[in-house]
Design a protein around this ligand. Structure first.
Ligand code: GDP
Length: 435
């Protein structure tokens, strides 16, 4: 899957552009999952090409007084991680010193850049936009975030710039692909090193080096699996990696290339905003998830510690709480085998096919006993259900009045299914359709 990063200084209309890109698909996805948490990452599709979009600005709170250096680092990271960079400028302000700075960084790279001039909503503005040739980035595209004009042409151009998709949705050899993700210092590298028993993380300070996700096959404790690694090359102590943006940006590609996300969190810090974003990213991409609470050796424990800790995390996971949570230590190697076993289990859960006869035999009586509530005197009759032949579990329930089935009932069905079938750690989709 290709990644498009939107960069530019604050208030040039990055998020407006972002919203236009993801609008249609987002509406569909959110109607199903009921989740509208993230405003900074989304999936988009144009002319049959699918891509992910990241609004780099969305991660800065109170972006008005943002340091120039911060934007610089964001652009650098976008350069590292994205396939296409959309640089947004504002015709009302003209070229500002900060735009110059960003352009300077972008002129040095060979990745495709789409220079887009916002707020162009009349002929005069169109004329004024000519000054942006001075940025030295070649041709530009004009659009109006307000009324949407120019967006179609922009998208045409954007998908032209996308490289051919290299990542297959399913791995050819059928081995589970694990992405180990989490905030900086959570212990991801330590976990991987403890698991595979070698020091394979190279830290380099060569700027602008990109490495594609590398899948290496391993066999440990009798399991064959692949580790999807994109964090192999890191900028040495250069970035304030604490920003949510960095871990998210670092995780996007790894998550998209994987089947299962092993989300490592730091037990001494708890489940934080960044963990939340990464978890959400995995869920949005319909990847399996296992949560490892690492550094458990550092936590003072009594009989209730684990239980309480786990309960607190599950609260943060709402509404997708059916996720394995394990307490591990990369240092003492506590429960590493269990972690691997669980990840493989989630992989199997995600891959499973439930036979149509079995699904109907189990689900129809449950539905019969707990039918959807009648609406305006009309009764919904669910007659048949089946699993779709999709890479991740999706189920369709055929009925007479699908538009009358509301979210609470969908959640009821999902919870029932989770309690009956092995769906732990796996996001699922449930649809109601007219036969
Ligand atoms: P990454 O940025 O997520 O890859 O984190 P690292 O693997 O580099 O770990 C960050 C720091 O936490 C290092 O100093 C590790 O030695 C330490 N660390 C990692 N795992 C554990 C653990 O299970 N227990 C303890 N006590 N320290 C750990």
């Amino acid at each position: 899957n290709n990644i498009v990063a939107i960069v530019g200084r604050p208030n040039v209309g990055k998020s407006t552009f972002f919203n236009r890109l993801i609008k249609r698909r987002e509406a569909i996805v959110d109607a199903v999952s009921g989740v509208t948490r993230d405003r900074n990452y989304g999936k988009s599709e144009w002319n049959g090409k699918e891509f992910s979009v990241i609004d780099t600005g969305g991660y800065i709170k109170g972006s008005d007084d943002i340091f120039e250096g911060e934007i610089r680092r964001q652009v650098e990271l976008a350069i590292d991680e994205a396939d296409v960079i959309v640089f947004v400028v504002d015709v009302e302000d003209g070229i500002t010193p900060m735009d110059e700075e960003v352009a300077k960084l972008l002129r040095r790279i060979t990745k495709p850049i789409l220079l887009t001039v916002n707020k162009v909503d009349n002929a005069m503005r169109e004329k004024e936009a000519i000054e942006f040739y001075n940025l030295g980035l070649g041709d530009y595209h004009t659009f109006s975030g307000m009324n949407g004009s120019g967006t179609g042409d922009l998208l045409d151009k954007l998908v032209e710039l996308l490289p051919e998709d290299k990542a297959p949705e399913e791995d050819e050899d059928g081995l589970p692909r694990f992405a180990v993700v989490g905030r900086p210092n959570a212990g991801k590298s330590s976990f991987i090193n403890a698991l595979i028993g070698e020091d394979r993380f190279v830290v380099t300070d060569i700027a602008g080096t990109t490495r594609d996700a590398i899948d290496t096959t391993y066999n440990r404790f009798g399991f064959d699996f692949k580790l999807v690694d994109t964090a192999g090359i890191r900028r040495k102590a250069k970035v304030k990696e604490d920003l949510e943006f960095y871990s998210v940006m670092r995780s996007v590609r790894a998550i998209e290339h994987s089947d299962i996300c092993i989300l490592v969190i730091d037990a001494t810090r708890g489940f934080e905003g960044q963990d939340q974003s990464i978890f959400w990213l995995a869920q949005k991409n319909r990847k399996g998830v296992v949560i490892l609470v690492n550094k458990w050796d550092l936590v003072e424990k009594d009989t209730m510690t684990t239980k309480n800790y786990e309960a607190r995390i599950r609260e943060e996971l709402e509404p997708f709480t059916d996720v394995p949570i394990l307490f591990v230590s990369a240092l003492t190697k506590q429960r590493l085998l269990k972690a691997l076993e669980t990840a493989v289990e989630v992989f199997e859960n995600r891959k499973q096919r439930i036979a149509t006869s079995k699904l109907n035999e189990i689900m129809l009586p449950i539905i019969e006993n707990n039918p959807p509530p009648a609406l305006k005197g009309k009764y919904v009759k669910i007659k048949f259900c089946m699993q779709l032949p999709t890479p991740t579990p999706q189920f369709v329930f055929f009925c007479n009045l699908p538009q009358y089935v509301k979210d609470p009932y969908k959640r009821f069905i999902e919870n029932k299914m989770r309690s009956i079938f092995n769906l732990s750690g796996v996001p699922i989709d449930i649809y109601f359709r007219k036969k």
